[in-house]
Design a protein around this ligand. Sequence first.
Ligand code: HPA
Ligand code: ZN
Length: 326
Amino acid sequence: MTSAELPAELPKVELHLHFEGAAPPEFIRQLAFEKKIDISRIFAPDGSYAFENFVHFLQVYEAATSVLQTPEDFAQLTRAVLEKSAENGVIYTETFLSPDFCGGGDVAAWREYLHAIQEAANRAEVDFGVIMRGIVTPVRHFGPDQAKRTALCAAETAGDWIVGLGMGGDEGKGHQGDFAYAFDMAREAGLRLTTHAGEFGGPQSVWEAIRDLNVERIGHGVRAIEDRALVQELVARQITLEVCPGSNVVLGLYPDFKTHPIARLRDAGVKVTVSTDDPPFFHTTMRREYDMLAEAFGWGMDDFRALNTVAIDAAFCDEDTRARVK
Ligand code: HPA
Ligand code: ZN
């Protein structure tokens, strides 16, 4: 099947979407203008986000996020993000939300932001037909102490909407195990667990994620392909990878989709899913990811249906919600 033959309306499940990272640049530019904040340095002449490498990407990301200041800003962002998801045929999305950017890790402030986001998501569900659930995300380079505050925010709001804890940020900083306290707190509150690993951290960071944090999903994880025993471990433990091929290509992990290991991981029996990570930053959408995979590997409808079944089964939502997505 060529990409042109893939039905545009194929329902898609996305498990790895950074909320602020999904903000269209024009949305961020408009807020910056209204609030008189000069972040012109983060934009390329064509208006897109501009960055040189992963660490620079994180800096640009945080600069963009600095204009999101009130619960109302986040409510507007929710609607903008979910409208785009729905345009791409996404029917269910799990989104990383950072209390660090919503009140600095203070539980009372976080509740206010979350309330605004949830209300907007409920309205968007009715209007656009896409279900959103939240995964609270500690930012790794903010350190283990801040991660504890973030995990407390997560634990205090755990339920059928905040469904998980998932660490993002700079994989080059510290070790997964440094954050075990935060992950234990979240687990005890009934939250499901994922962490970024095997992107810039290499296979060792995936081993650490399994051993030290006992996560059931891994953000990216693709560099597990470099370690045969690790691939076997992922298969044995049935760990699901939240793979973001377009993101990996833009950040220079692989030169193109054809050389990306997603197909080899899948064929080895690893549970793989497909997401966009930070779509406008990486000039991608869920539709484009599917098109590129169809073109690179000849994947067709059966492959994509199977991919979505894996994603639905690995979603952190409750069973009622899962049944509505199936
Ligand atoms: N990777 C890791 N951390 C992040 C990202 C990402 O793509 N976006 C925001 N924080
Ligand atoms: Zn990510």
